[in-house]
Design a protein around this ligand. Structure first.
Ligand SMILES: [Zn+2]
Length: 332
């Protein structure tokens, strides 16, 4: 966090910021917070900014960190002793019990500088069962001055006992009139911000990531593949090979997004990637008419499961072939 803007909450997070800062001024900041909402809206950024605010030695009236004090400088260097960030270890998918025990030990010590100790756990749904059980004890016996912030895009995967011991803050997808200007300020000129935002289901950071990975044209190419498979003009192994080249995970996520869009269309909901693009809308409409909602939900489950498996380095080519063959067989 160096330039001025990075030290501010995002426009769509100002309300959450004000509420938390008001609670803090009354000395009522909950000792455990759960930030939940779709991926790509800036929850982690907000969590880090809040931690920075809590640790800053001269935060302003709005709670904004100064960016210059000892605490802010230490955080910039990534080694403030009163801030811990817990995430899955590099070679693991889960946050393990040892990591949670280390938090309890750390919280048993006094803060090194001020009166606050912050712990960020992200993504919190990665806590495995033992880790979650161990964390419960920490949540049930809060240390004065401790602030635990759990961040998740999938709160349903968190143990209910954990959820109920945290104060929940929802971070929904921002209104388009706030997301668009933010996105436009960060895109190269000539990029279609509205279309990106639609493809990312309204999540600004996801839209930006999509732009940076050349994602729009790839997503549209994927849609063409799905059409060709259904028309029997392409075969699953060949398409799987192309998808693998573009990254199995990114492709599966793209598939997931397209199926979600088709389900929305079948259910008559708005917010489809086709909203900003009549041509995409027409193509989605024609796919949606050929599939039952029930089948679409099955395909969605398979895509979700494949996404989970691909992270475990299961043979990605076969995994992709399986979901594409199932797709090909979905026509009524
Ligand atoms: Zn500071």
């Amino acid at each position: 966090m160096t330039d001025g803007e990075e030290g501010l909450p995002l426009p769509w997070q100002e309300d959450a910021w004000r509420r938390l800062q008001a609670a803090r001024r009354r000395d009522r900041l909950p000792h455990a917070l759960l930030f939940h909402g779709p991926a790509g809206t800036g929850k982690n950024r907000f969590a880090r900014l809040l931690a920075r605010s809590l640790l800053c030695e001269q935060a302003d009236e709005a709670g904004l960190p100064c960016g210059a004090c000892r605490a802010c400088t230490l955080q910039d260097a990534g080694n403030h002793p009163d801030l811990r960030e817990v995430m899955p270890l590099e070679d693991k998918q889960h946050i393990g019990v040892d990591q949670v025990r280390a938090i309890a030990e750390y919280l048993a010590l006094k803060p090194q500088y001020g009166e606050v100790q912050c712990v960020l756990i992200t993504p919190a749904e990665c806590l495995n069962e033992n880790a979650a059980n161990s964390l419960l004890k920490t949540l049930e016996e809060p240390t004065p001055g401790a602030c635990l912030i759990l961040v998740t895009a999938r709160p349903a995967l968190l143990a209910a006992t954990i959820r109920s011991r945290c104060q929940k803050f929802a971070f929904p997808v921002p209104p388009v009139d706030q997301a668009l200007p933010w996105l436009e300020a960060r895109l190269r000129s000539g990029e279609d911000s509205r279309r990106l935002l639609n493809l990312a289901e309204g999540a600004p950071f996801a839209a930006l990531a999509l732009a940076e990975s050349g994602g729009v044209s790839w997503r549209l190419e994927m849609l063409a593949h799905l059409e060709q498979l259904m028309e029997r003009k392409a075969d699953a192994p060949a398409v799987a090979e192309k998808w693998l080249k573009s990254g199995a995970k990114e492709s599966l996520y793209g598939l997931y997004t397209w199926i979600t869009a088709l389900i929305r269309l079948r259910m008559g909901g708005g917010g489809s990637p086709g909203d900003a693009d009549p041509e995409v809308a027409r193509r989605l409409g024609s796919l949606a008419r050929r599939m039952e909602v029930r089948t679409l939900f099955q395909r969605l489950d398979e895509a979700r499961e494949a996404l989970r498996l691909v992270e475990r380095q299961i043979n990605a080519q076969l995994l992709l072939e399986d979901v594409l063959i199932a797709w090909q067989q979905s026509v009524e």
